[in-house]
Design a protein around this ligand. Structure first.
Ligand SMILES: Nc1ncnc2c1ncn2[C@@H]1O[C@H](COP(=O)(O)OP(=O)(O)OP(=O)(O)O)[C@@H](O)[C@H]1O
Length: 558
């Protein structure tokens, strides 16, 4: 603040020096005075430049600091979102908000620090100094400021609505790029590069068009402003020279007046720039605030239940129904079952029958619409999210790995896990063989998204990652689908041995994967169509029999 005052005071004093040099030095031929005042002027100009640089530095640091914290807050908030909020905003929009929108805010802060105080001080100071020199020419300044204001306000009215549109288009552009990059293989296989290019071109062209429109108007503003400034100078010289010739004004004062007029106009220009940036940044601020104020639909309990030190993990679904947010119909209806420790509870059913939805309710990716889910007799909504999720070793349907080494991926759920635990989990998940075959073993680098491992290897690493957690409840959502029958069988045998005391919930499409489960639940259109052991279901459940016979012969099923 002090520096800003210093900068403005220096800038405002320069025209006075110039006026004195002309009036006292040049007209009377006093060279010493000219040199002395000239040196002082240079000193002040350097001081002003120094203040400007320091203010710029402080502004940049402040903006970078504020926006680093803001980005962190937005990221943390997004991490707390449930799947419902993730779907509401879309991944691409969340990326734009965390990056581009915050950059807009950062630019505004830099600008604000430089201008918000400096411009008014310069403007007001300029007016006071100009009036001190001469009052008769005030109308010239008033006229040019009025013209500038009309121009700026009309321009803002035209470009404002476009700013919102630009941010939306950036969201859209991100979405198209993301989809194209994620789907490269499909695009190549279907030869749809041209189609994707067109899709990209369309959004890109619209974004360019809108940006060009905004830029054309804002860049047209500069020459118009220069014109107003030059006309103002011309008017001052014209009116001023008449005053000089009639000895009402000195030449130096007229020159100083011209400089004050320029400073006043510059102050307005700076404020105009600020007013151009503010609406744009407001759009971004609103989008960021929207994220920061969105509460996750999955809430922590107001009063968490007291959980035993070593929970057993018995999972119980009681009359659970579920409807996706914004969907018309429920996808799960009145599901009731209990999964006991030491037992495997398996789910089978046609695609879309609700198996993944059912297991996704357990770690509270979504909350049930009706009924309740209990672990060890306590409603999961009464558990803290951390405790609840620590209880569950979850293997999602889509094997997702992170960039890093195999080891860092396996230790994802427990950073402190020892070497033996990691190796044992890899062995149980039948991943040890292929890890050992790599020259760097557990330290082999995994590419982004696990692109350098096969589907089956990715599944095995995902399983091992869950096992490292040694959680009382393990959920495998169709996690054996990419494994060959032999590996599938070996894995289940090893799993049975290693997870003797835990609850195993298994979703599968293959009968052979679930045949030996202690309890099999058949899902049909979100309802339980049968439950029991394989033998019991073969006798009593028509849907199960159909699925089983479509995959294996009567002989194999016995
Ligand atoms: N995020 C979502 N929003 C709205 N509806 C969804 C969502 N995810 C799934 N559904 C719908 O819920 C139903 C059940 O889907 P779910 O993925 O649970 O089936 P599934 O039995 O696991 O199928 P699959 O064996 O193919 O994985 C489907 O009709 C699906 O269209």
């Amino acid at each position: 603040m002090l520096l800003l005052f210093g900068q403005a005071a220096c800038d405002l004093s320069l025209p006075d020096y110039m006026s004195d040099i002309v009036n006292k030095g040049i007209t009377s031929g006093d060279t010493m005075y000219i040199v002395k005042a000239g040196v002082q002027m240079m000193g002040i100009a350097f001081l002003s430049a120094f203040c400007t640089v320091i203010v710029g530095l402080i502004g940049a640091r402040m903006a970078a600091g504020i926006c680093r914290n803001l980005r962190q807050d937005v990221f943390t908030r997004i991490e707390s979102f449930s799947s419902a909020e993730m779907e509401k905003y879309s991944t691409s929009s969340l990326i734009t908000r965390t990056t581009n929108d915050i950059t807009q805010i950062q630019q505004l802060i830099v600008m604000l620090v430089r201008i918000v105080f400096y411009a008014p001080i310069l403007g007001v100071g300029g007016v006071i100094h100009a009036l001190e020199k001469d009052k008769s020419m005030s109308w010239i300044i008033a006229l040019s400021v009025g013209l500038l204001l009309v121009m700026i306000i009309s321009m803002m009215m035209v470009v404002m609505p476009r700013f919102q549109y630009v941010q939306k288009l950036i969201d859209r552009l991100n979405l198209v790029v993301r989809e194209s990059l994620d789907g490269t293989l499909v695009i190549r296989a279907f030869n749809t590069q041209r189609f994707e290019e067109k899709r990209f071109d369309k959004v890109n062209a619209r974004l360019t068009e809108t940006n060009l429109f905004v830029n054309r108007i804002t860049s047209g503003m500069m020459p118009a402003m220069m014109l107003i400034m030059n006309l103002t100078n011309l008017l001052i010289v014209w009116v001023g020279s008449k005053a000089v010739s009639s000895f009402k004004m000195e030449v130096g004062d007229m020159m100083a007046y011209m400089q004050y007029a320029m400073q006043i106009i510059m102050a307005f220009l700076m404020m105009a720039m600020m007013f151009i940036m503010i609406p744009r940044a407001i759009v971004s601020i609103k989008r960021v605030v929207e994220i920061l104020t969105t509460e996750s639909t999955i809430k922590e309990p107001e009063k968490a239940a007291v959980i035993s030190e070593s929970p057993k993990g018995t999972v119980e679904y009681r009359g659970v129904s579920f409807r996706y947010p914004d969907a018309d119909e429920a996808v799960l209806h009145d599901i009731t079952f209990t999964a006991l420790p030491g037992q495997t509870t398996a789910f089978i059913g046609a695609t879309g029958s609700g198996k993944s939805t059912l297991v996704n309710l357990l770690p509270r990716f979504y909350d049930v619409t009706e009924g309740e889910i209990l672990i060890d007799g306590i409603d999961i909504r009464k558990w803290t999210l951390k405790k609840l999720r620590d209880m569950i070793g979850f293997v999602p349907q889509k094997g997702i790995l992170f960039s890093g080494t195999i080891e860092s991926n396996l230790k994802y759920g427990d950073r402190e896990a020892g070497k033996e635990v990691v190796e044992e989990a890899a062995k149980t998940a039948q991943a040890e063989e292929f890890i050992d075959s790599k020259p760097e073993g557990f330290l082999t680098e995994i590419a982004q998204g696990g692109q350098n491992v096969s589907g089956g290897q990715k599944q095995r690493l995902s399983i091992a990652r869950a096992l490292v957690k040694k959680a009382p409840v393990n959920v495998f959502d169709d996690s054996f689908s990419a494994l060959d029958f032999k590996t599938d069988a070996k894995l289940r045998a090893a799993l049975k041995d290693k997870t003797k005391d835990s609850v195993t919930i298994l979703v599968a499409q293959r009968i052979s994967t679930i045949m030996n489960a202690d309890q099999i639940i058949v899902l049909d259109q979100g309802k339980i169509a049968g439950r029991g052991t394989h033998q019991e279901l073969m006798k009593a459940c028509e849907i199960y029999r159909e699925i089983a016979l479509s995959q294996l012969s009567e002989e194999e099923l016995k």
